[in-house]
Unconditional design. Structure first.
Length: 325
C-alpha cells in the first residue's frame, strides 16, 4: 500500500474563488460609466482614444511575452483594463501615436519589466501617463469643450479644465463654476476625470463586488478634503474651497481606480488608511504649491513607493509562544 506523501506548498491554502479575469471584468464594467460620459460630452473621439489604448496595450503585452517565450496572459484582461484607464485619462484630442506610446510604456516599462501583473510596484497606467506627460506636455494639455449629446446645455463657464483655470487665473474665476457641472462632468477635461457621478457609480460597484477595499478611496477623499479645508480656512482668498478640490480633476478617479491598482497598494487596514490619507494630502500639496496643474498622478506614484513600508504595519500576533532565555 502506497504511503500518502506530504505536500508542502506556499500559502494561501484556501482559494477565495476569485480570479484575475473576474476582477478585470468587474474593473471594465466599473469603467463603462466613465467611457459613456466621455462619449456623451466629447463624442466619438473619446471612444477612439480608449480603443487605441486598449488595442495597443494588449498587443504590446502579447508580443513581449511571445518574444520572451513566456505564457501569453492577455486573456486575463489586465492589459485591457490598463489600456482603458489610460485612454480615459488622456484628452480626446490627442493623436493616435500618443495612445500607442503611452500604452506600450505602461505595459512594458510599468508592468512587464517587473514580472507582469501583480509584480509592478508602481501603477503601470501612471507610469505610461507620466512618461508621455513629461515628454510631450503641450500635446496632452489640449482639451475639448463639452458638447453634451442630449439633455444638458454645453457648459460655457470655462474654456479649460477647472484645475488649469485655478492655476492660471486664480480663485476668483472658479467661484462662478456651478458645482453641478463639476459633479456631472459638463466641463473641459478627459473622459475619465470630468464626471464625478460616473466615477462614483463605478467605484461603488467595485466596493460592492469586493474588488477593492473601501478604506483607500474613503480616506483619500477625506485626506484631500480635510487638507484643502485647512488651507481654505487659513486664507479663503488664496486657497480654493475643499469641495471644489474634491469635485474637480482627478481626485475621484485616483481614489477609486488609480490608487487601488492591485499590487501597488497596502493590504493591511492601517496601511490602507495611511496610504489613502497620504494620497489625498499629497494631491492638494502638489496642486497648491507644485508646478503641475494636477497633483493626483504624482501623488499616487509617490505613495506607491512607500507601500512596502506601510505593509510592515501589522496587527499583533496572537498565540505566539515566548522564547525563554
Amino acid at each position: 500500500m502506497k504511503r500518502p506523501g506530504l505536500i508542502v506548498s506556499p500559502s494561501p491554502h484556501w482559494h477565495s474563488g476569485r480570479t484575475v479575469q473576474g476582477m478585470m471584468v468587474d474593473f471594465a464594467i466599473a469603467l463603462l460609466p466613465c467611457l459613456l460620459a466621455g462619449w456623451y460630452y466629447f463624442g466619438w473621439n473619446a471612444v477612439r482614444v480608449a480603443l487605441l489604448c486598449v488595442v495597443s496595450a494588449v498587443v504590446a503585452e502579447a508580443v513581449w511575452q511571445k518574444a520572451l517565450k513566456r505564457p501569453v496572459t492577455v486573456s486575463d484582461g489586465s492589459a485591457v483594463v490598463a489600456g482603458l484607464l489610460l485612454g480615459l485619462i488622456l484628452s480626446p484630442e490627442v493623436p493616435g501615436w500618443i495612445c500607442v506610446l503611452g500604452s506600450v510604456t505602461a505595459i512594458l516599462v510599468g508592468r512587464q519589466l517587473f514580472g507582469g501583473f501583480g509584480s509592478n510596484p508602481f501603477s503601470c497606467v501612471l507610469v505610461g501617463y507620466g512618461f508621455i506627460f513629461i515628454s510631450y506636455p503641450h500635446i496632452l494639455q489640449s482639451f475639448p469643450m463639452p458638447h453634451p449629446a442630449f439633455g444638458l446645455e454645453p457648459g460655457g463657464y470655462i474654456e479649460y479644465p477647472p484645475m488649469d483655470i485655478l492655476k492660471m487665473d486664480g480663485i476668483q474665476v472658479i467661484r462662478d463654476i456651478p458645482w453641478t457641472d463639476l459633479f456631472l462632468g459638463n466641463v473641459p477635461g478627459t473622459a475619465g476625470t470630468v464626471s464625478v457621478l460616473a466615477v462614483l457609480l463605478g467605484g461603488i460597484y467595485l466596493i460592492a463586488r469586493r474588488v477593492i477595499r473601501w478604506p483607500i478611496p474613503v480616506f483619500c477623499l477625506a485626506g484631500a478634503w480635510i487638507f484643502a479645508a485647512v488651507c481654505h480656512l487659513i486664507d479663503p482668498s488664496l486657497y480654493a474651497s475643499p469641495t471644489f478640490h474634491v469635485l474637480a480633476g482627478w481626485v475621484f478617479l485616483s481614489a477609486f481606480f488609480l490608487a487601488t491598482e492591485p499590487g501597488t497598494c497596502p493590504v493591511t487596514f492601517p496601511g490602507m488608511v495611511l496610504y489613502g490619507l497620504g494620497c489625498g494630502c499629497l494631491i492638494i500639496i502638489i496642486r497648491t504649491w507644485g508646478t503641475y496643474m494636477e497633483g493626483a498622478p504624482f501623488a499616487v506614484l509617490l505613495m506607491n513607493g512607500i507601500t512596502p513600508l506601510l505593509d510592515r504595519i501589522r496587527p499583533r500576533v496572537i498565540g505566539r509562544v515566548q522564547e525563554s532565555a
